[in-house]
Design a protein around this ligand. Structure first.
Ligand SMILES: [Zn+2]
Length: 102
């Protein structure tokens, strides 16, 4: 249901993911006004899940929709046959609100 709403916003905004996610935030903030309603609570958590996965997929911050900075770093140092082995990972941070990917 939430994905369908997002698709509706995407077509309204000519595929602009940032605009569409901000529209979805607005839907969420309207729902928060009616707190205590279990349907609204379920809908809010669905919207949060969708915003998080769709935003991250597009390199946008799930909290404020700003573009995320990505930084590559070496992780999980270990040794294999006497040589150092690293796993290269990318960490995303938001320059706007300070969000950091877990
Ligand atoms: Zn942010």
């Amino acid at each position: 249901m939430v994905l369908e709403i997002l698709e509706g916003f995407l077509s309204k905004n000519n595929g602009d993911a940032k605009e569409s996610l901000l529209d979805l935030y607005e839907v969420k903030s309207c729902l928060i006004d009616k707190d205590g309603n279990p349907d609204a609570t379920k809908m809010i958590s669905d919207i949060e899940d969708i915003i998080e996965s769709e935003a991250l997929e597009r390199g946008l911050c799930p909290k404020c929709c700003a573009e995320l900075d990505s930084k590559k770093f070496n992780d999980n140092y270990s040794e294999y046959l006497g040589r150092p082995v690293f796993e290269i990972r990318t960490k995303y941070t938001c320059p706007s609100c300070g969000y950091t990917e877990d």
